[in-house]
Write a protein that binds this ligand. Structure first.
Ligand code: NAD
Length: 378
């Protein structure tokens, strides 16, 4: 290995436990698997397919999964995989099969395959076919025992459960509260749908094409129908269009950025009026902006607490559970984790993201101590 690769391989007391590079000259497959930490359970985290993928990226994402799975309080470790290829490669099936074959000795005892960028449920089905049993992968089609969490909007459901806990802490009733949702994809649609079901007023939603606002509340079911039928909010017949970005600054009790990262920064955080902000999208609010919100008494629910519904559903799929069990488990875990995180904030003065990290680290350390590996690795 070159020095460059070796430099990326520094470890700390948490991991990584295993770093693999796999190749197959017959198919041209090149891929990585990093199993970061399995103190709490088998390594779990999706595989991405990307032409410019690096080991450094996979190492970082595997560690993120260690914290994310522990913060969600799942009995899972952290891992991440990657195949260095264009997702449109005509050879894609052979690459995926070859990647799965080369990791046969680790799957599913040390790593369970999952989906990330560039892969779809059909790819999970190929992995099941190649390795011969459903337990090797999550993200499978429903006909193979998969839980289609995007279709069921489970992540958005979990975000709303976390919002309800935060609202109780700031003495706001979610029923009747005004909610703004940026992004109307798998997460944002779920947030709008479940907020509406709980009696909240969804006053603004946006996608990449349009932002719609109605201070009296939008017709959420109509918006969902239009988005489903046309793929965009363009043709919706409710609300007034406003410029992109303004939805973040509207008068509302709850704000959910569920589109992209870094949309609330030091530049615009002073205009945010919501009392509860839930990161539906990963890293939607910069850490500096999170500190500002915290100073103002705004309750921010960080991504890996709020949007854990997807990983929770993947765990339920691993244990052969049903979609309704995935909803139930998401509700229980997300509510408990949100409350525990805010209690840590109150006790320590940490901002929620730091409190969630503390919670995750302590859970991993507790498992390592119990297994005797914390002392040995220090
Ligand atoms: P998606 O692609 O289904 O939806 C993204 C939505 O954002 C689309 O409606 C798109 O039009 C909209 N959008 C893009 N740019 C916008 C802009 N400038 N203004 C307003 N809207 C804009 O993606 P998703 O699955 O809903 O994921 C959204 C985010 O949540 C990502 O950061 C993703 O990593 C994260 N996330 C998703 C899940 C999940 O279960 N799907 C789980 C955890 C985290």
């Amino acid at each position: 290995m070159s020095n460059l690769v070796l430099n990326e391989l520094r470890n700390d007391p948490f991991g990584p436990e295993k770093v693999l590079m796999v190749t197959d000259p017959r198919t041209g497959m090149r891929g990585y698997l990093v199993i970061d930490n399995t103190a709490r359970g088998v390594g779990k985290g999706g595989v991405r397919m990307q032409p410019d993928l690096t080991l450094k990226e996979i190492l970082r994402l595997a560690r993120t999964m260690t914290w994310k799975n522990a913060a969600a309080d799942l009995p899972l470790g952290g891992a991440k995989g990657g195949i260095v290829a264009d997702p449109h490669d005509p050879n894609r099936e052979a690459l995926i099969r070859s990647y799965a074959r080369s990791l046969r000795s680790l799957i599913p005892d040390e790593y369970v395959f999952g989906l990330d960028m560039g892969l779809t449920e059909n790819d999970a089905a190929l992995v099941v076919d190649e390795l011969g049993k459903p337990a090797v992968a999550t993200g499978k089609p429903a006909c193979l025992g998969g839980i289609p969490y995007d279709e069921l909007m489970i992540t958005g459901y979990g975000v709303v459960e976390s919002i309800e806990v935060a609202c109780q802490l700031v003495d706001i009733e979610l029923e009747g509260a005004r909610v703004v949702v940026q992004g109307f994809g798998a997460v944002g649609r779920g947030v709008a749908h479940f907020c509406h079901k709980k009696g909240a007023l969804v006053v603004a939603v946006s996608d990449s094409k349009k932002v719609l606002w109605d201070p009296e509340g939008l017709d959420v079911e109509h918006l969902l129908q239009v988005k489903r039928a046309t793929g965009s909010l363009q043709g919706a017949r409710c609300g007034r269009p406003i410029p992109h970005g303004e939805e973040l600054l509207l008068e509302a009790e709850v704000l959910v950025p569920a589109a992209r990262g870094d949309v609330i920064t030091l530049e615009n955080v002073h205009g945010v009026k919501a009392k509860v902000v839930a990161e539906g999208a990963n890293c939607a609010v910069t850490v500096e902006a999170q500190r500002e919100l915290h100073k103002r008494g705004v309750y921010l629910i960080p991504d890996f607490i709020a949007n854990a519904g997807g990983v929770i559903a993947a765990y339920i799929e691993m244990v052969n559970g049903t979609p309704s069990q995935a909803f139930e488990y998401t509700r229980d875990k997300v509510r408990k984790n949100t409350l525990e995180m805010f209690q840590i904030c109150q006790r320590t003065g940490l901002i929620p993201r730091e409190a969630a990290m503390k919670m995750a680290r302590e859970r991993v350390i507790e498992a390592m101590v119990a297994k005797g590996s914390w002392k040995e690795r220090r």
